[in-house]
Design a protein around this ligand. Structure first.
Ligand SMILES: *[C@@H]1O[C@H](CO)[C@@H](O)[C@H](O)[C@H]1NC(C)=O
Ligand SMILES: *[C@@H]1O[C@H](CO)[C@@H](O)[C@H](O)[C@H]1NC(C)=O
Length: 511
């Protein structure tokens, strides 16, 4: 009798020792494609090595995200989580399984990973379980703004951006921060669940000069695109400079559209001789640009013009560090940026100038495993120039021609007005072809073998390569050693598919 009571008492004691698992009270938010840790632990700490740990989605107890049992991860798993899930530490201080930390690590997150996750831990006589929410977001591309003149003198501006999750909201503001009236917004969902957004507003020059379209998530993350409409609103058909500006602008917009990854344009009428690019870019044909694929570039052909470029250490900005071999450039850790915005003054130049011919060089913008650079300027400038902090001094007429990557604000050329655009994917190795005699500066995404854009320039005197590594990037900017070309003076790379950004307004008065 006594022994039965003792056994019962024992059982009672054992079952009453229940496991308590703890998860954070708030949902975890993570981006599509990223890696996330879902923290979960036993409290008070208890060695979990001999326990069963089961992470599962709602109603999927038998088809878990991850199952740890008998001292190892079991091969029982929902297929979509294979090779993407593991046990991890919830912090650097965590003692891991021994200390009852049973946190889950999920990689390559998808939209479908959003929702409830159960953290279930079970011993021989007791178990504990908690649930937590994972919210998936995706930050889309920088918005692309394109104008269309309306009969009443206003401009209908469209703002497009893709790759969002969940549905983003759109707001329009003027340069003074005034909210502009929204014309309409539509969302479309792609096969990958990602959402594209298209919004429009109709404005006149009296409403705003610089129009900004901001696409944002409820988390507060946003992307913004801007457009200066001064050049588009023509003051009347008799004003030829206004008309010209409008044309110039469509060319520019057209050219920029060519860069957006999904929007490419291949000249179909390259054989019909003098058909000017402007004609192709009138508003009704803008639509036609979509979905045409740009031809790949022959990088080997470009490399025929490879030149040995080194940085002039003596003349580089004191806030920069230049490697001994004069090839690697970065901001010095002591350098304190003054003022807001891109540090335009932080420049270094090539040691050798060019006065004729074609010259090609490549710049590496990532040193794995560090992330790719997001701040840089790469281009050329007239010998003897000194870049200042003020962007308005760095114009083509002052002898600067460059492509600028301004972090989250996207890319721009030093055009006036400034137009920001996005490049997808972000170039990790940039090719630069200076064609002095033909007055062209072209940029290429070497890794993707794509021509990005060409700037028309009027060079005079000696022209130097220009580099600016920005401030704060983990990776430096590195000029690559290219194999010496075997036979020089090959024909120039095919220009039929080039998108020309006409920068020099005066040069085109003969239109
Ligand atoms: C998981 O990884 C293994 C070995 O690395 C590989 O053979 C398998 O195809 C991968 N499975 C999935 C679903 O990616
Ligand atoms: C502006 O353009 C969009 C398409 O981009 C169109 O749906 C809208 O009706 C236009 N608005 C006006 C006022 O023309």
């Amino acid at each position: 009798m006594l022994s039965i009571i003792i056994v019962l008492l024992n059982l009672l004691i054992e079952t009453s020792v229940s496991l308590t698992v703890v998860v954070p009270p708030d949902p975890i938010v993570a981006h599509v494609g990223s890696t996330v840790t879902l923290p979960c632990w036993i409290s008070p700490p208890e060695n979990a090595e001999a326990l069963e740990i089961r992470w599962y989605r709602q109603d999927q107890f038998n088809n878990p995200v991850l199952l740890y049992n008998q001292g190892k991860i079991q091969d029982v798993q929902e297929e979509s989580y294979r090779n993407r899930s593991s046990l991890t530490l919830r912090s650097d201080q965590s003692g891991g399984l021994k200390d009852g930390d049973v946190s889950l690590r999920l990689e390559k997150l998808r939209v479908q990973d959003g929702g409830l996750f159960h953290c279930y831990v079970s011993g021989e006589h007791s178990y504990g379980s908690e649930e937590m929410t994972l919210k998936i977001t995706a930050l889309g591309s920088a918005p692309v703004l394109s104008p269309e003149s309306l009969d009443d003198g206003r401009v209908n501006i469209s703002c497009r951006s893709s790759g969002w999750y969940p549905e983003p909201s759109v707001s329009w503001t003027s340069n003074e921060g005034r909210v502009l009236r929204l014309g309409g917004t539509s969302h479309t969902r792609g096969a990958d669940e990602m959402i594209s957004v298209h919004s429009w507003t109709a404005v006149s020059l009296s409403d705003a000069q610089l129009v900004s379209c901001s696409v944002s998530l409820r988390t507060g993350e946003l992307k913004e695109g801007r457009l200066d409409i001064k050049g588009i609103v023509s003051s009347g058909p008799s004003d030829s400079s206004g008309t010209w500006k409008a044309l110039f602008f469509s060319v520019l917009i057209c050219s920029l559209l060519g860069l957006f990854g999904l929007i490419f344009y291949k000249y179909k009428h390259k054989q019909t001789g003098k058909k000017p690019a402007e004609e192709n870019c009138e508003e009704e044909t803008l639509q036609r640009l979509i979905n045409e694929v740009m031809e790949d570039m022959n990088i080997e052909e470009l490399r025929q013009h490879a030149d040995e470029i080194t940085i002039d250490r003596e003349r580089s900005h004191p806030g920069l560090m230049v490697s001994k071999d004069c090839k690697i450039l970065r901001d010095s850790s002591e350098y304190e940026p003054t003022g807001e915005g891109f540090p335009y003054q932080l420049c270094a130049f090539g040691a050798k100038g060019f006065t004729s011919g074609r010259h090609y060089w490549e710049v590496e913008l990532v040193v794995p495993p560090k992330p790719a650079k997001i701040f840089w300027i790469i281009g050329v400038m007239k010998h003897g120039n000194l870049p200042t902090r003020d962007r308005s001094d760095l114009t083509p007429s002052a002898g600067f021609w460059f492509l600028c990557s301004d972090g989250p604000r996207g890319f721009c050329t030093n055009t006036d007005p400034l137009i920001r655009f996005s490049l997808t994917p972000r170039p990790e190795r940039l090719g630069v072809l200076l064609d002095y005699d033909h007055g062209q500066l072209s940029f290429y995404n070497v890794t993707e073998r794509k021509h990005l854009l060409t700037i028309s320039c009027r060079f005079s005197g000696s022209v130097l390569p220009l580099f600016n590594p920005g401030v704060g990037d983990k990776s430096p900017l590195k000029i690559l050693d290219l194999p010496k070309p075997a036979e020089p003076d090959e024909p120039s790379p095919s220009q039929s598919n080039m998108v020309v950004v006409e920068l020099d307004v005066k040069a085109s008065d003969n239109l």
